[in-house]
Ligand binder design. Sequence first.
Ligand code: 2HA
Ligand code: ZN
Length: 269
Amino acid sequence: MKETAFFNDFLRMADDAWHMGWHESNGGNLSYRLRDKEADEIRESFMPGDWHKIGVGVPVLASSFFIMTASGSHFRNMLKDPETSLGIIEVDDTGERYRQVWGYANGGRPTSELAPHLLNHQVKMEATGGVARVIYHAHPSDIIALSFVLPLEDEAFTKELWGIMTECPIVFPSGIGVLKWLPPGSLDLAIATSKLMDRYDAVVWAHHGIFAAGADFDSVFGLVHTIEKSSGILLKVMSTGRDRLSGITSGQFKELAARFDLKLDERFL
Ligand code: 2HA
Ligand code: ZN
């Protein structure tokens, strides 16, 4: 296990995210859908446990394997103690149940956000023809702060962030979704998020954090980093209390779209 690329990439992202300050205490969770050959490479080390209900049906993910952080685990400890801080689960052939096959030492279990992770893996897998493999949830401060001062609407967040840093429309051309506060770990939160994730790669959970998806660890880390950095710039600009003397214009967004071949949603221009 410890020599496989996906395992080391997972740990590197978790440790980088810890150092970014996005994972106080046991905040946040991360999962990755294994390729068949990645599961085959480590199958010998599997020790399957009992089957448990997922709570949502994910037939598209039948018989898939996921590496996923453990419930209550600290990102700070991911590198030091991976066997306890994370594990691998297998979804059964109906998509109704899962079992632990590796890790989650000392009686651990997968993240409290298991349902949103799997439901959104299913949505993103369908929306991207199987390209999306990573789902990530974090608590970056500036995104959370913004959720107190911007209207909790996709349009408000997308327009403000696109307009504050040129890289934003390039990194998230479809915009970002926003959800009002819902209880962490709840099915309501999982379902509401999945309804937005078929069109967006990131959804702000008001007063809580962000939920993001993508093809690989680099793209998801980069997406959250870009949203968090631009949220910080926006808060700084707001905090000056001064009028803005310039900004990125609608015409400049169109120039950007032409140069980088972006399909920017008209609603946000
Ligand atoms: O894992 O972040 O949303 C703890 C959380 C729940
Ligand atoms: Zn959280």
